[in-house]
Design a protein around this ligand. Sequence first.
Ligand code: NAD
Length: 321
Amino acid sequence: MREAASAHHFQRAVVTGGAGFVGSHLCTALLDRGTEVICVDDFCTGTAGNVAHLAEHPGFSLLRADVSEPFEVGRPCDLVLHFASPASPADYLRLPLHTLDTGSLGTRNALALARRHGARFVLASTSEAYGDPQQHPQSERYWGNVNPVGPRSVYDEAKRFAEALTTAEAGARGTDTGIVRLFNTYGPRMRGYDGRAVPTFIRQALAGEPLTVTGDGRQTRSLAYIDDTVRGILAMAASDLLGPVNIGNPDEITMLDLARKIIDIAGSDAGIHFIERPTDDPAVRCPDITLARGKLQWEPRVPADEGLARTVRWFREHATA
Ligand SMILES: NC(=O)c1ccc[n+]([C@@H]2O[C@H](COP(=O)([O-])OP(=O)(O)OC[C@H]3O[C@@H](n4cnc5c(N)ncnc54)[C@H](O)[C@@H]3O)[C@@H](O)[C@H]2O)c1
């Protein structure tokens, strides 16, 4: 076993997709732990603004590159966190081929980078690998229920392929790899128009507009606050586990209850408006985190009320474009 997660120190990490929502928090957390960071991003969904607070940090550098093309970072690294990929349905439906290229060619190039440097590699996979699940909650042993030609397939299948590639790379070439399956994460720096439930509801509540709940609102999600997710990813990086390992918050909430909670926290009186549910939208989503608890000694700590309050505060203070 690698040493305990909190004690393991990396010298220099490459974070692909580091200018995105999750990636920018990872860059910050790594720098806080004394690890230098090279952020690689093509800004297709992220922005330099997400890492502007790191620009003056001596340990931080930003490289604009599309990871679907082979890339090098010019300096040694001992950790590659591969987080590049459009992630919200609005983004991957707008960028279907780019999403497939990033999951396939991008993962291949990021794995090659890790191999060349002898670095630990961690793939950001997703609960979407389970599709519209027929087992609940979802443990890593469940293989999923994915429509390979549905609108969401560009994302789901790209991630499933990326998992297969990562696993094959470890077996065939001995590269030190790990896979995290992230469940829905929320927090500061999400975009108000990225189509995901939390930022959409917060933007609407703060604008005094009705919150648009899809279907009858009884479909569930489990939402992890970004700080918890980042701790889980870094624990996986510091371990020698292959994974996949679920990282998510098992506290399940219906979309209707989430909307009501956000209305309450934001102090909105605009109410709820029901709209049509998207194709292949999963009915339930909840991680079984037994593996993460047992092997990474990780579990979420931030309750929904607190995480949502922090996120609403951030949205109040920042533009929600
Ligand atoms: N946010 C979540 O709830 C969640 C859940 C499951 C998995 N994930 C995974 O975590 C990762 C980050 O998600 P996010 O929510 O931060 O999304 P995001 O869109 O905010 O960030 C993705 C980043 O990747 C960059 N990118 C995309 N394609 C690229 C390419 N070919 N080359 C270089 N950069 C590229 C984008 O510009 C952006 O900065 C993704 O891999 C996503 O699949 C996120």
